[in-house]
Design a protein around this ligand. Sequence first.
Ligand code: PNS
Length: 165
Amino acid sequence: MKTHGPIVAVYPGSFDPVTLGHEDVVRRTLRFSDRLIVAVAGFSTQPKRSLFPVAERLEILKEVFGGEPRVECVAFSGLLVDFARDIGARFIIRGLRAVSDFDYEFQMAQMNRELWDEVETIFLTPEVHYSFLSASLVREVAALGGDVSTFVSPLVLQRLKRRFS
Ligand code: PNS
């Protein structure tokens, strides 16, 4: 196993839309990695109705992280481990908010290791203010006209307003 060279991590997800919780996980990852690939998945393990198409989610991510040279935002299809191997990332980053996330995350981490035993999943806990926050709740609250301005960055808020106007 390679033990030197830059630390490249991939942070996969649906990001529909990216929330301040996701942004917090990105900031924390940059404390120990040299390069972070934020990767929007074309296929999510948990079936959900999407709000923004993948191309738009990616556009939003690029705007949000545009000022951070160590972050690259991309979309991928197919298996996460294949994508990670292709880009030379041996670390998968996932946010873990509460015990309720654990089963799903544990299954994915174990399956990914089964598929590629050189990959390590690293779980980061977000800042406590975001521990209840999820993109699906943001979608729902925004769709019903609620205020999500403390959960997403201003440019995501603009997109949501446009989407629901
Ligand atoms: O934000 P999400 O929807 O919880 O992220 C889930 C995601 C995208 C990380 C997961 O579904 C995934 O890795 N999808 C890519 C397809 C894949 O590799 N599936 C097997 C996962 S064990």
